[in-house]
Design a protein around this ligand. Structure first.
Ligand SMILES: NC(=O)c1ccc[n+]([C@@H]2O[C@H](COP(=O)([O-])OP(=O)(O)OC[C@H]3O[C@@H](n4cnc5c(N)ncnc54)[C@H](OP(=O)(O)O)[C@@H]3O)[C@@H](O)[C@H]2O)c1
Length: 320
């Protein structure tokens, strides 16, 4: 089992992130869990709740808003020590306004799920504050969910095409779930590229699977949110297509603590499912391990980071 003294979890004040913090507090050797949240009051409430639930006083707070690169970079400076385990969990489909552009020229959905996390990881590496394992929280939407999100259908997988995922222009008409699948796909490909650039760090993409009981529905319009949270998810659980928050967060913990989950791979439910066993997706979807496509995702992302890449790249291919 890899050493896990200090763990940082983004979006840790609710849902899967908070549950992962609760589960990890019981793991021997975990000395500190840093809750990376955008709202201090919510983070402090979660901290108190986690302390009461676990009896452990190992939770700390750092402000991280993944849609604001300045805040992310301030967090990198503020973090006092090396992180052994980093869970890039903040995110979601971004709701009906997920297509609106941030100051960095990317959609809100892309900013929260990918851009801020990339800035965090690259900043921590440059500051020599990261070792161990990085978990990028993906989704089955990144390889398609029948009836939920179409499989991302890129034409060339060039740098330019990946850049259109970031700025939202890939879709002629915005659709929240289609966009979400594309965004998580690009995050997954970026993580694959990072795994080869930084072989000393284990980068694993994990989907929690369809998880009922988080506040993901809060992002949706009231009607859609009601249907998703109160009708669709309970029905999916009934049929074994979804599970509860503990089972979803357990996937993060399992992968974090077990080196057998290989760097550069994406683990999710057996296709086309959204719950049950956690398996490597690459035997089903060859593009997921295409190094050139992964590097194109990485290069496209750098266009929006407002700085040079934090670490020199390995295996870069000429931008298209
Ligand atoms: N639930 C599922 O079925 C499912 C399935 C596959 C993948 N996932 C993925 O799992 C992760 C967690 O989802 P969840 O269902 O637990 O969602 P959730 O209950 O809505 O929790 C999301 C967390 O992310 C935080 N967050 C949102 N925007 C942020 C920002 N800009 N900066 C920092 N933190 C931010 C939220 O903080 P606030 O309280 O401040 O909003 C909250 O703590 C997401 O990446 C999601 O895409 C979920």
């Amino acid at each position: 089992m890899p050493a896990m003294g200090t763990i940082l979890i983004t979006g840790a004040n609710a849902g899967l992130g908070k549950e992962a913090a609760r589960l990890l507090a019981a793991v021997p050797g975990v000395r500190k869990i840093i809750l990376g949240c955008r709202n201090q009051a919510k983070a402090m409430a979660a901290k108190a709740e986690l302390e009461a639930a676990t009896g452990a006083e190992i939770f700390e707070f750092v402000r991280i808003d993944t849609t604001d690169l300045d805040v992310v970079r301030a967090a990198v400076r503020e973090l006092p020590e090396r992180i052994d385990g980093l869970i890039l969990n903040a995110g979601g489909a971004g709701g009906p306004e997920g297509h609106l552009l941030t100051q960095d020229g990317v959609t809100g959905a892309f900013a929260v799920n990918v851009l801020g996390h990339a800035a965090l990881v690259e900043g921590l590496i440059a500051a020599r504050k990261l070792r161990g394992t990085v978990i990028y929280v993906g989704s089955e939407a990144a390889r398609g969910i029948p009836g939920g999100a179409p499989r991302p259908d890129l034409k060339t997988s060039s740098v330019d095409e990946f850049a259109t995922i970031a700025d939202g222009s890939v879709l002629p008409r915005f659709n929240t779930m289609t966009n979400y699948g594309l965004v998580k796909y690009m995050g997954t490909m970026w993580a694959g590229s990072m795994a080869r650039r930084h072989p000393e760090i284990r980068f694993v993409v994990v989907s929690p699977g369809a998880t009922a009981g988080t506040k993901a529905a809060d992002d949706m319009t009231p009607l859609r949110g009601f249907f998703f949270g109160r009708v669709a998810m309970p029905m999916m659980r009934l049929f074994g297509w979804a599970h509860g928050v503990e089972e979803g967060a357990e996937r993060y913990v399992t992968v974090l603590l077990d080196d057998a989950y290989a760097t550069g791979r994406f683990y999710a439910s057996v296709p086309p499912g959204t719950s049950g066993a956690l398996v490597d997706q690459s035997p089903y979807f060859e593009d997921l391990t295409n190094h050139q496509f992964q590097d194109h995702a990485y290069q496209a992302l750098q266009r929006f980071l407002r700085t040079e890449p934090a670490a020199t790249g390995r295996g870069d291919h000429a931008a298209h």
